[in-house]
Write a protein that binds this ligand. Structure first.
Ligand code: NAD
Length: 219
């Protein structure tokens, strides 16, 4: 696979580069702040950078007719509009979390949160001290699956890759579901699965669950 990488010099950029090259993929476009190296035409562009990069990333996808996998968090409604519009031309996979465990977590909450309607609920997320946004995009995704107003607490300590706990409690019982990422490799691996999915998918706007389940278009 020939791919481009936006955020090429970042922590996720390094992880993606290592994992993709271990599978023989060819990094033909590198983009970062004050850094643009083009060695070929990418089939897919992977963006783990900053929300500021989105307009340029979308332009690059159009220029090369490249699909897009985007994991960047703290996206606004305007960014989503740009990405959905891009989905009318190529395949776009957007997720605030590319780990399979979090995709399962989402499905668990989607199916079982209604059993906890009368219980208190609280989400606690913990990340490394360099993470720029809070709450995490993943916590917001999990909150959406709970389907009601839920407080989120964010801790920014040490080198933690990403830990999410959803608590349900009543006067007599506490129920908690927890997911911990043990390395950044998990996100890079999910991003590669999404990139391979794009090569076969119809144009459209997809999330990571679509990738894992084989592809339902969201229009
Ligand atoms: P990082 O700060 O280490 O790297 C970000 C890189 O993007 C830096 O090299 C920076 O110079 C570059 N960058 C910033 N603005 C840019 C722009 N306008 N154009 C091009 N490059 C630009 O951060 P990170 O830990 O690698 O995370 C990057 C993003 O990925 C964050 O939004 C983070 O929340 C997100 N993330 C998502 C997942 C997921 O599974 N979806 C997992 C981990 C991180």
């Amino acid at each position: 696979m020939k791919y481009g990488l936006v955020g090429a010099k970042g922590k996720m950029g390094k992880e993606i580069r290592e994992l993709f090259s271990s599978h023989g993929d060819d990094l033909v476009l590198e983009v970062d702040v004050d850094h643009f190296v083009e060695r070929g035409i990418p089939e897919v562009i992977v963006d783990f950078s900053s929300p500021n990069a989105v307009p340029t990333t979308v332009e690059l996808c159009k220029r090369y007719s490249a699909h897009l996998v985007i994991g960047t968090t703290a996206l606004t409604q305007e960014h989503f509009e740009l990405l959905r519009e891009l989905g009318q031309h190529v395949a776009v996979v957007q997720s605030f979390n590319f780990s399979e465990g979090i995709a399962i977590f989402q499905k668990l909450l989607r199916n079982f949160s209604r059993l906890f309607t009368d219980w208190d609920c609280w989400i606690v997320e913990t990340h490394h001290n360099q993470k720029k946004d809070a709450p995490s995009g993943t916590a917001l995704m999990l909150k959406r699956e709970v389907g009601r107003e839920v407080p989120i607490s964010s801790l920014r300590i040490g080198g933690i890759f990403g830990e999410h706990v959803v608590y349900f409690a009543n006067a007599n019982e506490v129920f908690e579901i927890k997911h911990s990422a043990l390395s950044r490799k998990v996100f890079a691996s999910g991003a590669r699965k999404a990139a391979l999915f794009c090569l076969k998918a119809k144009k459209g706007f997809y999330n990571f669950l679509d990738v894992l389940e084989g592809g339902i278009e969201h229009g």
